[in-house]
Design a protein around this ligand. Structure first.
Ligand code: FAD
Length: 392
């Protein structure tokens, strides 16, 4: 793979909107990605393997629980810093960002928000350093966009719960130490349970042959009469709103992350367009290639502004789920379009692992589907502005 020469585009001088702390956090994540992720990620993606050696470093740059309070081992940062970390990690690879997002927003967040003090102290510090890795089980074979229909369930057996069911498409599942699992009680109400590796009847087979997020491990969670201690139920929130609250936090991070992938594709294509000579000119001197680059930087700039504003609203506790949906949907679609155009700009070289573009493009095909598909987020916006739900 080519050396990482990335230079971040900032067409509207948005750095002026950031604090010194934001820039420090962003720059250290950026430097870490250049040093630890860029040199190895192509090889791991080609082998369809997660690079376990980066886990410790991810913890050190605040990639696990950036906004979780320091007393629980988190970095205690604000929402803009959280977003900037996700942007930088996904600039390296969406699969690495997925590991970070799942650990932060889908495992640490529910334990922090919905768990009790013992659960927080038991799990959060280890999750923050990466000593422990978690996964989040919501999606099932027959319930993806409609998770409320889930059939995974648990029964009260007096001194423990008995958990049965299956989850699929679960990031980090094959090597996770714990899983935050969403299941229905006997009355049909959804609760979160912490299931630990080693519990009898709990298995996590890996999903193979993915063409996307190849450097992220994906698998199933199978529960066959798993005895879960009662202490492992998250007591402070139940109902579908509980997992959806986690998704809000993760989707917000994805909105930033997608900008990172888009910036990397744009920057690569821009550099290539100045170096690649055809018909005695750099291809960047042709109008057709300039149109692509001009549209890319316009869309990146719009997404940067949208997402920065969303971060301000999140810091003020004012961001709505629908606003987060809009940013996730817009930014991932923007990044996918840019990746496809950038791939074309590199001609044949664009399909090789010499450059990051094709990997980003394939990764984004998962990002546009998980955490609510492109269509589902449109329906959320449609419902928000009209008042009519068009899901059913
Ligand atoms: C690599 C990867 C990692 C993942 N990681 C996790 C994870 O860690 N944890 C987890 O719980 N899940 C995870 N997921 C699952 C992901 O969230 C689901 O794939 C996603 O929610 C879509 O569900 P589905 O695949 O069942 O598609 P479906 O829900 O079957 O949707 C299929 C198509 O129908 C459309 N559709 C569905 N309903 C409607 C409707 N009402 N109106 C119009 N169109 C509709 C969808 O937009 C989509 O285009 C992951 C998925 C992938 C690919």
């Amino acid at each position: 793979m080519k050396p990482d020469l990335f230079q971040a585009p900032d067409y509207y001088l948005l750095d002026d909107l950031l604090t010194e702390e934001h820039k420090l956090v962003r720059d250290s994540a950026r430097a870490w990605v250049k040093k630890e992720v860029s040199p190895i990620i192509e090889e791991y993606a080609q082998r369809a393997e997660f690079p376990h050696q980066i886990v410790k470093g991810l913890g050190e740059i605040g990639g696990f629980g950036p906004y979780i309070p320091v007393e629980y081992g988190g970095a205690g940062l604000d929402q803009i810093s959280y977003g900037l970390i996700m942007q930088e990690i996904e600039r390296g690879d969406s699969g690495v960002r997925s590991t970070s997002s799942v650990q932060s927003s889908l495992v640490m967040y529910p334990i922090w928000k919905y768990g009790n003090e013992e659960q927080r102290m038991k799990y959060l510090p280890k999750l923050a350093t990466g000593e422990m890795i978690g996964c989040f089980g919501l999606t099932e074979p027959d319930f993806g966009s409609n998770p409320g229909g889930m059939v995974t369930n648990f029964k009260d057996k007096g001194d423990h719960y008995l958990l049965n069911g299956a989850k699929m498409w679960i990031s980090n599942a094959p090597f996770a130490d714990i899983a935050v699992v969403w299941a229905k009680d006997e009355s049909g109400r959804i609760h979160g349970l912490i299931v630990e590796r080693g519990m009898e009847g709990f298995t996590t087979p890996e999903t193979h042959n993915k063409w996307s997020l190849r450097a992220s491990a994906t698998g199933e969670l199978i529960f066959d009469n798993v005895k879960v201690p009662k202490d492992n139920l998250l007591p402070n929130k139940s109902g579908l709103g509980a997992p959806l609250g986690c998704l809000d936090s993760a989707r917000y991070g994805i909105a930033w992350g997608a900008i990172g992938a888009a910036m990397d594709c744009y920057d690569t294509a821009l550099r290539y367009s100045k170096e690649r000579i055809q018909f005695d000119k750099p291809i960047g001197a042709f109008q057709l290639q300039q149109k692509k680059l001009a549209e890319m930087i316009t869309e990146i700039t719009k997404a940067q502004l949208l997402t920065w504003r969303l971060g301000v609203l999140r810091n003020e506790g004012k961001a709505t789920s629908a606003q987060i949906s809009m940013a996730k949907r817009n930014n991932v679609d923007m990044a996918l379009t840019i990746a496809r155009d950038a791939r074309q700009m590199l001609g044949g070289m664009g399909i090789t692992g010499e450059y990051s573009i094709m990997r980003h493009m394939m990764n984004l095909e998962s990002v546009v589907t998980y955490e609510g598909t492109h269509d589902i987020h449109l329906l959320i916006t449609g419902m928000d502005v009209t008042g009519f739900a068009a899901f059913k």
